[in-house]
Ligand binder design. Structure first.
Ligand code: GDP
Ligand code: ZN
Length: 290
């Protein structure tokens, strides 16, 4: 038996890196019967069959797991937006931040395409600075990479963000892998992007693990049923210092009298876009449509 991490899932095989070797594995039949799907990022035991092949025998308890993208054990999500092409939805960004934190992952904000609209980069970063680690980048110009690397150093990091914001380009810059195809048409093959879509972990020299999750633009934790019970306001860090001041202990910060969050909003100490996102998430929670 060997211990390792699933670093790639492709065509029904799991590739398990033990540090000494990478084994191409099938999963034991029992997983399917129990409705368990091994995920990239899982720490597993492998029954080794020969130098190249084995069988995934058991999965260690997970820190967290996600349905989309299908990964486990993520320490930090790099919630990525662009200054333009596509335009940033602050509501979507806030939902991604809450989803990451609710799944016990850290979240940071990466504002990409600074080269296109630098004023917009400052505006978006201004919403998040002081709440989350925030970095302004240009994958095109190679700007911000050392800052991003420092923020994720030694951690298991995955990107989350809308299509076209530059996730693939940033993974390629982090891993130094120019072979990753970005949006548009690959020069080499002439085909569209990511003709082979698979999730894979790349290891950087400092031990950082970067999850490449091509094509996944929606973001959903495995424990979506917890949504109903989630205290959404607990995942808005700027609410924290004030929420104890609301008149009612169970204040949802909507129209209740004596709501401290609303008075801080009026006083300009809580940003309007953040409050609006909070209210929209409350509504989504009530409809159970995250
Ligand atoms: P993904 O869908 O999030 O993986 O985005 P891609 O990495 O595929 O990038 C989408 C498009 O945006 C491609 O045409 C990239 O070349 C382009 N792109 C990525 N980063 C930047 C950037 O910093 N500046 C500019 N101007 N374009 C970028
Ligand atoms: Zn309140």
């Amino acid at each position: 038996m060997a211990e390792g991490q699933i670093v790639k899932a492709l065509a029904g095989f799991y590739y398990v890196d033990t540090g000494a070797a990478v084994y191409r594995c099938r999963a034991r039949g029992i997983f399917k019967k129990e409705g368990v799907t091994p995920l990239v990022g899982d720490f597993v035991s492998v029954a080794v069959q020969d130098e190249e092949e084995g069988v995934v025998d058991s999965i260690e308890p997970r820190k967290n797991a996600f349905v989309r993208p299908p990964v486990a054990n993520v320490d930090v999500f790099i919630v990525t937006v662009a200054t333009a092409e596509p335009e940033t939805s602050l509501e979507l960004t806030d939902r991604f931040l809450v989803t990451a934190e609710a799944a016990e992952a850290e979240a940071l904000v990466c504002v990409n395409k600074d080269d296109l609209e630098p004023a917009e980069a400052k505006r978006i970063a201004g919403v998040y600075e002081g709440l989350y680690p925030t970095v302004i980048m240009s994958a095109l110009k190679g700007e911000g990479i050392p800052e991003l690397k420092a923020l994720i150093s030694g951690k298991s990091a995955a990107f989350a963000g809308a299509s076209g914001v530059g996730k693939t380009s940033l993974v390629a810059l982090l891993t130094g892998d120019d072979g990753l195809e970005t949006g548009g048409v690959s020069e080499k093959t002439g085909r569209g992007r990511h003709t082979t879509r698979h999730v894979e972990i790349f290891r950087l020299e400092d031990g950082t693990r970067v999850y490449d999750t091509p094509g996944f633009t929606s973001f959903e934790a495995a424990e979506a049923s917890d949504l109903a019970d989630m205290n959404i306001d607990a995942h808005f860090p700027e609410f924290e210092e004030f929420s104890g001041d609301c008149r009612y202990a169970d204040c949802r910060h909507e129209n209740e009298p004596g709501c401290a969050i609303r008075s801080e909003l009026e006083a300009g100490n809580i940003k309007r876009s953040r409050y609006d996102s909070y209210i929209k998430l409350l509504e989504k929670q009530r409809k159970m449509q995250w």
